[in-house]
Write a protein that binds this ligand. Structure first.
Ligand code: PLP
Length: 225
């Protein structure tokens, strides 16, 4: 399928999931995950109307941002993969969003390194909602404290939470647990608007639970092989 067609199919899936959940059709943003796909694929998705792109690996993302410099003003680049403290500077300088912050030290570095001439860097905290030892992200019980610390840092804008729930019978419950954490933080007075939840395989569960941004790669670009 052409990228423009699969993009359209994905948007229809999101819209249908919104209707099924009784949510407005524009309640959920689409982040197109371009990891492992070339800049030419991003260009094709851009031509079909996509504007927000997600990358997992810092070097690959930076290379693509550079290759697509002519479109920079029109694109929004999101780092969705883990970030090590020795790689924060180019991320603070080049990306618009970072979704996988799970330590204060990383947030502090991003805050210090975000150039003064740019808008605040948008941040989501990654939550290890399945509480698996192998996964990155904060444990649910540690989210509140870090959220308040990150919200207080200059040059950053805490937008919300991100997670990658484990597929399987318990998946919907994990999506719902994320939505509950997100609502708790908002009830504590944090001005958050982004629950980054849902991928190609589980975006319906995510939208049903309350996701405001789904991160979709393979359903748009094909399998990563
Ligand atoms: C790869 C990836 C995605 C997209 O996954 P698909 O199954 O290809 O839609 C979303 N979020 C994260 C964190 C990823 O690593």
């Amino acid at each position: 399928m052409a990228i423009s067609d699969s993009l359209h199919v994905t948007k229809s899936r999101i819209a249908a999931a919104c209707v099924a959940a009784g949510r407005p059709a524009d309640a959920v943003r689409l982040l197109v995950v371009s990891k492992t796909f070339p800049a030419s694929a991003v260009r094709e998705a851009f031509a079909a109307g996509a504007r927000a792109f997600g990358e997992n690996y810092v070097q690959e993302g930076l290379a693509k941002i550079d290759e697509l410099a002519d479109l920079r003003e029109q694109l929004e680049w999101h780092l969705i993969g883990p970030l090590q403290s020795n790689k924060t500077r180019p991320v603070a300088e080049q990306f618009d969003w970072v979704h996988a912050v799970d330590r204060l030290k990383i947030a502090e570095r991003l805050s210090e390194q975000r150039p003064a001439g740019l808008p605040a860097l948008n941040i989501c905290l990654q939550v290890n909602i399945s509480a698996e030892a192998s996964k990155s992200g904060l444990l649910p019980g540690d989210v509140t404290a870090l959220a308040h610390q990150v919200a207080a840092l200059p040059r950053l804008k805490l937008r919300g939470l991100m997670a990658v729930p484990e597929p399987g019978p318990g998946a919907l419950a994990q999506h719902q647990a994320m939505a509950a954490l997100f609502d708790d933080l908002k009830a504590q007075g944090l001005a958050l608007d982004t629950l980054s939840l849902g991928m190609s395989a589980d975006l319906e569960d995510a939208v049903r639970a309350g996701s405001t941004m789904v991160r979709v790669g393979s359903a748009i670009f094909g399998s990563r092989g």
